[in-house]
Design a protein around this ligand. Structure first.
Ligand code: PLP
Length: 380
């Protein structure tokens, strides 16, 4: 099997598997809210785990909230901030290339009366910062919502320029950052970034599904999304899962090791595939300065889904960024927003790598691709 779909999800690493096995033990399975020794022990371990995660991310322990996934983190951050800070402004600025976890929150808030401004993005997926400056200068902006690394193209956000602009023009505006696809690929030191809220997802960094993190900078207040028993200082009710928290911690500590080496591995694969694919007349859609872990490519003569299923026959797994519905063919809104021609976008496939992919897999991928072209391409 060749698994080039790591932006969709990753497989649990050996270290994560063994931590999960360890933390399924009765001794550590008490309810952290219980008053007896098992509860106290679970609570202590949970708090230690939160402190370790905070340290790895450059934050303080009380700034880290455990959630079920990054979608929940985004909802808590965006909707929770607006709900709690009604007098901070009525405008939210973002782009149309965000993940649906952000976009759907923004559309929800629009229906509630918020003004949502979507900045234009250029061909490399970068938001227009002159429009951002103009919009910020007008005042009334509560929140900026951006993604550090785009999940479809690997485009990287000019974060420090955005933070500098916010600090200069509209100091009270808060920044929510989706760092889901950046974790383990770009070093993250939250206190140094200047963002106010930031979301992460465990299953993108070789943890299991069902664990996410939301960073909320000290002094920033949000309303909770989930009400109940008041766990996690009332910000996210529901019995805490020590095993999932430990899985995230282990995956994060693995992801933070050797980020440079991981980038070298991914760059080797990415550079090789770019050259080979270009030689086969494929169009590379990821910008040149994208992170090396994502390679969006459009194959001439093969629609996205056809290519995905051809590759699947060889046990090669990738993603399409377009999906067919019975009525209309959907094409990636991210690619269209970046100005990619609709026909080219409808043939787009996303290859996404993890630090555990190899050059051998990349070479095998090209061999398989050549076989697919020989076998299935009908030239009219
Ligand atoms: N943000 C980005 C950039 C993503 O790629 C994803 C998942 O694909 C999410 C948010 C949502 O993550 P989760 O699956 O943890 O809800």
């Amino acid at each position: 099997m060749i698994y080039f779909d790591n932006s969709a999800t990753t497989f649990p690493s050996d270290r994560v598997r063994s931590v999960i096995t360890e933390y399924l033990n009765d001794e550590v399975s008490g309810n952290p809210g219980s008053l007896h020794t098992l509860g106290v022990k679970a609570d202590k371990l949970y708090n230690e785990c939160r402190a370790n995660i905070a340290k790895l991310l450059g934050a303080s322990s009380d700034e880290i909230l455990f959630t079920s996934c990054a979608t929940e983190s985004a909802n808590t951050a965006i909707r929770g901030y607006v709900s709690r800070n009604k007098r901070s402004g009525n405008k939210i600025i973002s782009t149309k290339t965000e993940h649906k976890a952000t976009l759907e929150c923004l559309e929800y808030l629009k229906a509630q009366g918020c003004e949502i401004v979507y900045l234009p993005v250029d061909g490399r997926g970068k938001p227009d910062l002159s429009v951002l400056e103009e919009e910020l200068s007008g005042g009334d902006t509560a929140l900026l919502c951006f993604t550090m690394v785009n999940n479809e193209t690997g485009a990287v956000l000019p974060l420090s320029e955005i933070v500098e602009l916010r600090n200069r023009v509209s100091r009270n505006t808060k920044i929510y950052l989706d760092a889901v696809q950046a974790l383990g690929k770009i070093g993250i030191d939250l206190h140094k970034t200047g963002v106010d809220m930031c979301s992460f997802s465990g299953h993108k960094i070789h943890s299991v599904k069902g664990n996410g993190i939301l960073y909320i900078k000290s002094g920033v207040n949000v309303d909770p999304l989930i009400l109940g028993g008041g766990q996690q200082k009332g910000l996210r009710s529901g019995t805490q899962s020590l095993v999932l928290a430990k899985a995230f911690e282990e995956a994060l500590s693995e992801a933070c090791e050797d980020i440079e080496e991981a980038n070298k591995v991914a760059s080797g694969i990415n550079d090789y595939l770019r050259e080979e694919l270009k030689a086969r007349k494929a169009v590379i859609l990821s910008p040149d300065d994208a992170i090396p872990f994502v390679l969006n490519v459009s194959f001439s003569s093969f629609e996205s889904e056809t290519m995905l299923h051809c590759l699947e026959m060889y046990e090669v797994y990738v993603s399409t960024v377009s999906a067919c519905s019975s009525k209309a063919k959907k094409v990636s809104y991210v690619l269209l927003e970046c100005g990619v021609d609709r026909k080219i976008a409808s043939n787009a496939v996303r290859l996404s790598f993890s630090r555990y992919n190899t050059m051998e897999e990349a070479r095998e991928f090209i061999k398989i691709l050549d076989e697919i072209y020989d076998k299935y391409l009908i030239i009219h």
